[in-house]
Write a protein that binds this ligand. Structure first.
Ligand SMILES: Nc1ncnc2c1ncn2[C@@H]1O[C@H](COP(=O)(O)OP(=O)(O)OP(=O)(O)O)[C@@H](O)[C@H]1O
Ligand SMILES: [Mg+2]
Length: 222
């Protein structure tokens, strides 16, 4: 599904260049469910944002589904992202002035799905995540955990081939967290969605097939 070769992410700081990621090499096959672990500040979110094509200021090579991302324009990357990738952010990133239903509809509008179909998908999602009663509320009218659930639902809305999740259960009660992990496992097994999640929890990591460990921007064994 994707591979990274000699990938680094450097922030030019006043004190000198700071390597948030240094010489990362990794391969993730289609249908894998991988967990990224490591201490705070080790580069996990940085890596996930690069995989998700949110960040393009890196060095090295990134190949995604037979496409050399390092040779693609910004517009081409954005197109690939909208078609293939669902992203669950560490901080929910819902749009505050849109309702829950409208937030869920965003990834579908990116894909030119007709209005009627979009609305029926949104209804299904609301139903599946037991949020039907919240459809016309705004994100700030929901609890942190509920907003996180909407974030998960939104990432799944357009049936991504690659699901990237940054601490998807971080703000959830342990039961809700488990539900999300079971949902990921089901999606991965039944629909073949490739999943890369960042987690601090060994219990969550165990739902995946393998663990990629980072420390100080370096990969420290698989
Ligand atoms: N815009 C930036 N400018 C400078 N340094 C940055 C910037 N963004 C991130 N960093 C640094 O890069 C490092 C990695 O950050 P990152 O957010 O990837 O950590 P993380 O592993 O996700 O941590 P956490 O578990 O706390 O979420 C940190 O030391 C951070 O300070
Ligand atoms: Mg992070």
């Amino acid at each position: 599904m994707l591979s990274l070769r000699h990938l680094s992410r450097v922030y030019p700081l006043k004190s000198g260049p700071y390597y948030a990621l240094r010489n990362i090499n990794l391969e993730i096959a289609e249908g894998e469910f991988v967990s990224i672990m490591g201490p705070s500040g080790s580069g996990k979110s940085t890596l996930l944002h690069i995989l998700g094509l949110h960040d393009s200021e890196w060095e090295g090579e990134y190949r995604f589904q037979d496409v050399d991302i390092h040779r693609q324009s910004k517009a081409q990357r954005s197109e690939l992202q909208k078609k293939n990738i669902g992203f669950i952010f560490q901080a929910y990133h819902l749009l505050d002035d849109l309702t829950i239903a409208e937030n869920l509809e965003i990834p579908l509008t990116y894909r030119n799905i007709p209005r009627r179909e979009r609305q029926s998908t949104v209804c299904d999602l609301l139903d599946r995540f037991q949020m039907v009663g919240k459809r016309d509320l705004f994100p700030n009218q929901l609890s942190g955990g509920q907003q996180q659930l909407v974030g998960v639902a939104r990432a799944l809305a357009a049936n991504p081939k690659l699901l990237l999740a940054d601490e998807p259960t971080g703000n959830l009660h342990s039961d809700q967290g488990r539900t999300i992990m079971e949902l990921f496992q089901k999606l991965n097994r039944e629909s073949g969605v490739t999943i890369v999640q960042v987690t601090h929890s060994a219990e969550n990591a165990a739902f995946g097939h393998r663990i990629i460990r980072l420390a100080d921007g370096l990969q420290v064994g698989n």
